[in-house]
Ligand binder design. Structure first.
Ligand SMILES: Cc1ncc(COP(=O)(O)O)c(C=O)c1O
Length: 371
């Protein structure tokens, strides 16, 4: 057979692509790649109803810009929370809302105050915008040290970020304390309250969502994500609820067409599927409890969690433990500032967690955290 130059090229190219594929798709499916316990997703994914909505949108409206679907989602979210549509701003994940909030309230020469450690995507946005970032260590009980944060606030502080429950500690900051804190801030300081893990919070007198019980304060912005309990992290949808005035200001920094048609359709179906949300919360609570049982059985310390992840003591350098898990095909997040003897472990499927403890037990002297 005669092989033309073009055919040779095609073979080389296809060969190169095929060879590259395993690394590209590593971890993409349920079967291939490491077990992902690193990003606090819902390991079980969305419900069958949501998958059907995604398929329908992908097949029938992918050729359209998303204005109809995105507006339908905005109305749906407003109805879901009993707020006006003008109070809802959509984002390409709640991460995009953080970027908008920085651009709207904490740009060049202003200050952003946040906790340390916390979910700190917003820190990168602020630094790139030329804002000064002040990171205040958590209190001893791992709540936000609101007193210390307040002490750092002045009239150049554009924004304060409060992650409640907090990532990576999984802990709550008391609702009443946050209210008093907001009241004491300078009148020009906005507060972004990140409720990405809201649905996982166990019953607690200390917690009430600022969407469910709003403060009606132009300075307060609350964010939620479809990436956690709704199981849609890969589709990138999040939103903010704020007063109409704050929402308008945020939205002026929004990407045009920030949410795609598949994501918007999936999110609408997900909000309707309350049964799936409740079942996912129950399953997470059971599996989180089982995680604590396993930790206790090994006398390993863990911080009580209101989320779908747990901070586990390692009684030794976390970096070595993370490396041990990596070698055994389990992905964990990088070491956490101020917590160099802890790892953060996302609650995966029951099978993932069995594998987690099997790999834990392979560590030399794994019963490290004797109390
Ligand atoms: C507290 C917190 N907020 C926001 C996000 C990002 O959410 P999204 O996927 O909606 O951008 C995460 C992701 O892990 C998170 O932990």
């Amino acid at each position: 057979m005669l092989i033309s130059r073009r055919n040779v090229l095609r073979h080389i190219v296809t060969g190169a692509v095929t060879a590259a594929l395993p690394s590209l798709v590593e971890g993409a499916g349920k079967t291939g790649g490491p077990i992902r316990l690193s990003r606090n997703e819902n390991a079980y994914g969305p419900s069958a109803k949501v998958k059907a909505a995604m398929q329908e949108a992908a097949l029938n409206v992918a050729n359209r810009y998303p204005d109809v679907e995105a507006e339908a989602l905005r109305l749906k979210i407003a109805a879901h929370h009993g707020v006006a549509p003008e109070q809802v701003v959509l984002g390409c994940g709640s991460s995009e809302i953080m970027r908008m909030a920085v651009d709207a309230f904490a740009g060049y020469r202003k200050k952003l105050i946040l906790a340390k450690p916390t979910f700190d995507s917003i820190r990168g946005f602020a630094e790139r915008a030329g804002a000064e970032v002040i990171a205040v260590p958590l209190a001893r009980d791992h709540s936000h040290d609101l007193g210390a944060m307040l002490a750092r606030a002045d009239d150049t502080t554009g924004l304060v970020y409060i992650c409640n429950p907090n990532n990576p500690t999984g802990t709550l900051t008391c609702r009443e304390d946050i209210e008093a804190f907001v009241r004491s801030l300078p009148p020009t300081t906005s507060v972004l309250i990140d409720e990405a893990y809201h649905h996982y919070v166990s019953q607690s007198a200390d917690y009430a969502s600022f969407i469910d019980r709003p403060l009606d304060d132009n300075r307060v912005i609350v964010t939620r994500s479809f990436s956690k309990i709704f199981g849609l992290a890969g589709l990138r949808v999040g939103y903010a609820v704020a007063t109409p005035q704050a929402a308008r200001r945020l939205a002026s920094y929004q990407l045009p067409d920030e949410v795609n048609v598949v994501a918007a359709s999936a999110a609408i179906a997900a909000l309707d599927d309350t049964e799936h949300v409740l079942a996912s919360a129950r399953r997470n609570a059971d599996e989180r409890q089982e995680f604590f049982n396993q930790a206790n059985a090994r006398m390993v310390r863990a911080i009580d969690s209101h989320t779908n992840f747990v901070m586990l003591g390692t009684a030794g350098p976390a970096i070595e433990v993370i490396e041990h898990f990596r070698k055994n095909d389990i992905a964990l997040p990088p070491p956490i500032p101020l917590f160099d003897e802890h790892i953060r472990v996302s609650v995966g499927t029951a099978a993932d967690m069995l594998e987690f403890w099997r790999v834990w037990d392979l560590m030399p002297g794994h019963q490290m955290s004797h109390e």
